[in-house]
Design a protein around this ligand. Sequence first.
Ligand code: 2HA
Ligand code: ZN
Length: 276
Amino acid sequence: MKILDMKFVRGFIKMADDGYQQGWHERNGGNLSYRLKESEVEAIRPRLNAAGEWVPIGTSVPGLAGEFFMVTGTGKYFRNIIVDPEVCVAIIELDGKGENYRIRWGLVEGGGPTSELPTHLMNHEVKKRVSGGRHRVIYHAHTTNTIALTFVLPLKDEVFTRELWEMATECPVVFPEGVGVVGWMVPGGREIAVATSKLMEQYNVAIWAHHGMFCSGEDFDLTFGLMHTVEKSAEILIKVLSMSPAKLQTITPDNFRELAEGFRIRLPEKFLYEKQ
Ligand code: 2HA
Ligand code: ZN
């Protein structure tokens, strides 16, 4: 089958365009990666390009040795992905140590994988391990409302989780494990990748202060839906805070405990603290 007709490729392109339509990808902002299934690698293998040069990843991900990823290209614009995916996106292969990659498809006008490749791959490595191989998608976007909140809320997992949960009853059901927050750091390198992947041990969402959000999930729908839910909740919180600094009523810690029982989910008590 043609690579562009593969279901995972169509899903990747649709998700990128959905994110662009949401307004999360100004200019070249954001990046997306997908860990291919073995069956998908075999299906496209006859159509991959001859293997080129190995290039250092900038970090080490031995847990992903030999795996293939579809990734957005550095400097490429999400708004162009649906128009010309072969220019904007690549399929890369990792070496047997998980230290180097080489491009096997795409980026036909040149370029390399996303500048956030270290964070994407370190997140994939953690998520592959803790999800028993089920998670395949890592998504980074510049989500307007979530970014705005990083200027007014304390940069603490507990505070962000609780405030986002309170804004919509579905939130604790969609992300019962909560969200993690990384203070401002220089993007693109190993240091921020280490901090983010550490949060991914326990969360599926990591918020980068004054920058954006990373989400992890099993497929494109779940990962996009997760980011969409968090960002919508942030939007509601901003509307509430814009009307009044105080809420007249809200979802209480005991309400969350009832919800956890009704939906058979576990909501960690560290998020259900009493407010002053
Ligand atoms: O430019 O979003 O974090 C792509 C990015 C870097
Ligand atoms: Zn970014």
